[in-house]
Design a protein around this ligand. Structure first.
Ligand code: NOJ
Length: 532
């Protein structure tokens, strides 16, 4: 019988994108020894766990999400021994480590697919999704790749005269999860890494594991009511996805204290919630309705309420506003030059909600999107700009690689690295990194922020306000999303309280006697004093 704690409810996760984190050998690409060298700084910053994007052996057509050997580390990142050392060092520092699991597809170079495509009689033929073309000679149906530039989600393979399905690149053929041997093979992949000591998995596109068994045309129909998701009625998120999740969870539960977080790219929050319901599926789900919110109080509030409602009183939300696929927070919300102030507010929001926060590397520095000149574009889906390498030290001191590399970085760093780097920000109490460290410290030392109830209030226009409460500790988080200075008064703020932390440095300890003055894009966490 394995023991299960819910450590992940108390944890703040930090996403490491290995290619862009730290390069130890000067080849311009980040690697595992580079990560090991900075684990202490992540622990010191106050993170509890890291999620490592793929480091497996891969032709890198999709930068590691195309895996050709699930049990090996790609030489560009290091060796399996490096991964073992990373786990030992992280655990010594009290950091848990989850890794990406990519169950929907493999690389076309994976031995399973090589065998599958070699002949219709191959023992691996049915591990992937092969179909005859339509009578007019085109693909079997109208399903499209997630990457618009790829077009159809099917590629014809002349040696055996059939088409194979790929939800992403043609280099990433989809596995067929209806085949029991696929489920067993993927279970063994999981067991291999769980035995090595990883604390769980981030599951890549779990909604893709269940497609319509009749392979009906999407015909532009949406599974979602959301118009942004048009055209995905039948190629994902079918009801039998729950069976897949149960299979994955059962393997995870063979080991104590492991966690599963899904990249559940399903924009209907009630459908998203099914991925974590029942205690026998995933533990956590990234919520893309929240990730995609515009800078608008009503929209943010609706996304938070929608998640809480869909997950129910026993459910546990996950909050994430950035990753290696989406525009960076400081750029996305900063088209009018207010990106940095908004990025600070966003960190206060993420770290004071009820639920498990995930922070994408570089967002703790307020990094903007990198500027990537056309001759340096390497991704088919316009994501290079959000994958610009970390800056560890000012280029004037550390050279052009800003402590990320001594070589030529695989993607350009931000042109603001002189200011937006770890060393400079650590030395500046007013920096974004200092704010994030303070927020993490506050969250860790304040049970009400981690486990307390959350109640959203109808605030004044442009202001997001919520209360967190636990065992008599009452906190109010007030975030002024507007561009005007305001005074927020009772009943929104307590008649007698004080600021625990503000996004503007130096406001902690300030008393709040029925009124709180906030500048444009400023926020504060206020504790109610009980006649103290
Ligand atoms: C989601 C990953 O986050 C993304 O980077 C990747 O391209 C697709 N899944 C396919 O694996």
């Amino acid at each position: 019988m394995t023991t299960m704690t819910r450590w992940w409810r108390d944890a703040v996760f930090y996403q490491v994108y290995p290619r862009s984190f730290a390069d130890s050998d000067g080849d311009g690409v980040g690697d595992l020894p580079g990560i090991i060298a900075h684990l202490a700084s992540l622990a010191e910053t106050g993170f509890d766990a890291i999620w490592l994007s793929p480091f497996y052996r891969s032709p890198m057509a999709d930068f590691g999400y195309d895996i050709s050997d699930h049990s090996d580390v790609d030489p560009v990142f290091g060796t399996v021994a490096d991964l073992d050392a990373l786990l030992v060092e992280a655990h010594r520092l009290g950091l848990r480590v989850i890794i990406d699991l990519v169950p929907n597809h493999t690389s076309a170079e994976h031995p399973w697919f090589r065998s599958s495509r070699a002949s219709r009689q191959s023992p691996h033929r049915d591990w992937y999704v092969w179909r005859d073309g339509s009578p007019d000679g085109g693909p079997p149906n109208d399903w499209q790749s997630q990457f618009p530039r790829v077009g159809p989600g099917w590629t014809f393979d002349p040696p055996t005269g059939q088409w194979y399905l790929h939800s992403y690149l043609p280099d990433q053929p989809d596995l067929d999860w209806d085949h029991p041997e696929v489920v067993e093979a993927m279970s063994e992949v999981m067991r291999g890494w769980l035995r090595r000591g990883v604390d769980g998995f981030r599951i890549d596109v779990p909604q893709r594991l269940a497609k319509d068994r009749l392979f009906r045309d999407n015909e532009g129909l949406a599974q979602e009511p959301d118009p942004r998701f048009v055209g995905r009625r039948y190629d994902e998120d079918q009801d039998h996805v729950v069976d897949r999740l149960r299979a994955i969870r059962a393997v995870t539960d063979e080991f104590p204290d492991r966690v599963l977080v899904g990249e559940v790219y399903v924009l209907d929050q009630r459908r998203m919630a099914r991925y974590v319901a029942g205690g026998d599926r995933l533990h956590l789900a990234h919520d893309f309705t929240f990730l995609r919110v515009p800078w608008d109080v009503a929209a943010i509030r609706a996304a938070i309420e929608g998640a809480l409602e869909a997950l129910g009183p026993d459910g546990w939300p996950t909050w994430c506003l950035g990753n290696h696929d989406h525009g960076r927070i400081a750029t996305r919300f900063g088209t009018d030059g207010r990106g940095e102030a908004r990025a600070r507010l966003i960190q206060m929001l993420l770290l004071t909600l009820r639920g498990t926060p995930f922070i994408y590397q570089g967002d703790e520095l307020g990094l903007p999107d990198s500027v990537v000149p056309p001759d340096r574009v390497v991704d088919i889906h316009d994501r290079d700009r959000v994958r610009g390498p970390m800056a560890w030290a000012p280029p004037s001191v550390a050279g052009a690689g800003a402590g990320f590399t001594t070589g030529y970085p695989w993607l350009p760093l931000t042109d603001q690295a002189e200011r937006l780097n770890v060393e400079t920000q650590l030395a500046d109490p007013a920096s974004m990194l200092s704010l994030v460290r303070q927020l993490l410290r506050l969250r860790r030392s304040t049970p009400a922020l981690r486990q307390g109830d959350l109640r959203l209030l109808d605030g004044p226009p442009g202001v997001l306000i919520y209360r967190r409460a636990l065992d008599g500790d009452r906190l109010t988080v007030v975030l002024n999303l507007g561009i005007d200075d305001i005074i927020v008064s009772t009943p929104w703020v307590p008649p007698c309280g004080r600021i625990l932390l503000g996004t503007t440095p130096g406001r902690e300890g300030e008393s709040v006697d029925g009124a709180l003055r906030l500048s444009a894009c400023e926020g504060a966490v206020v504790r109610t004093d009980d006649d103290r």
